[in-house]
Design a protein around this ligand. Sequence first.
Ligand code: SF4
Ligand code: SF4
Length: 270
Amino acid sequence: MNSAEIKAAARALGADLVGIAPVERFNGMPEVSDPRTFAPGTRSVIAIGYRILRGSLRGVEEGTSFNNTYGFFGAPHMEKMYMSRTIYDLCCQIENAGAEAAPVLSCRYTNQGFVPDYKAYAHAAGLGSTGKGGFFLTPEYGHRQRIAFIFTSLELEGDEVIECDFCKDCDACIKACPLNAYKDDNSLDLNLCRQCQNGATVTPDGAEPVDRCASACARACMVALEDKVGNRFEAKFRKRSVWQRGIHGESLISGNQFTGGRCPDKFEGK
Ligand code: SF4
Ligand code: SF4
C-alpha cells in the first residue's frame, strides 16, 4: 500500500484526519518515546485523528452533564471503541499486504519501557502543532480531536509538517482558567489541573495526566477558534455566560445559567 491508499482506507474506516511521518523525523527524540523503541522495524508512523464532537462538550459547557456524552463520546469510549477499531482494521489491511503494522493508542503507561508522545508524532505527521495553552491544535478542529497511531514497516511518503498560528494575539485559554494554573512561561501547574472542577478529568494512563479537553481552558480555546478552524457551525457554541468553580468546588460566578443562579451540586467530571 502507498500513502494515498493508506489515507483512503483510513477515511473509509471513519478517520477524520490522517497524516504520515517517515520514521527519520524521530531521530534524536528521547528513546523512551521513539517509535523504534516499541517496534524496531518501523519505517513510517501513521497518525489517525477522530474529531471530538462539539456536541459531546455541550453538557460540560452548560454544567448539566459531565460523564454522559463527553465522558463516553469525547474520551475513553471514543478511543477504545471507535478509534481502536479503525486502527485495528487498517493494520489488518496493511498486514494483508505483507508489512507489519502495530496499532498504538496515545495512552501513557508510564511504568513501561515505551511511553508514546502523541503530540510529537502528530506534529511530525503533519496534523498540526501544540499551541500556547498546551493543546494539540489542528487547522480542521482546533483542540477537538483524539489521535491514535500505526507504526509500520511500510516505507511511506510523509506529509508536510505544519505550524498552526492560532495563538498569535490570543490568550483565551489562559484568561479562562479559574485557578490561574498557567505560569508566566505558559507551562501548567498540573497539581491545580488535577484538582480542577471545571471539566477536567484526572487520567493517569491517558494521553496526558489530566484530560483538559472539556475544561474551561479548552472550551475557551474552542470559542476563540470557532471562526478559524475548518469545522464550522451555523450557530456559536457559547449560548450563555460561563460557569466557574474554585479549588474547593465553590461557585466563582453567581447568577449564571444554572437554575437558581448556582452551579450544580455534583460535578461528576472531577
Ligand atoms: S484544567 Fe482547569 S486548572 Fe487546568 S488549565 Fe484548564 S481550567 Fe485551568
Ligand atoms: S486559546 Fe488561543 S492561545 Fe490558547 S491554545 Fe487556543 S488559540 Fe492558542
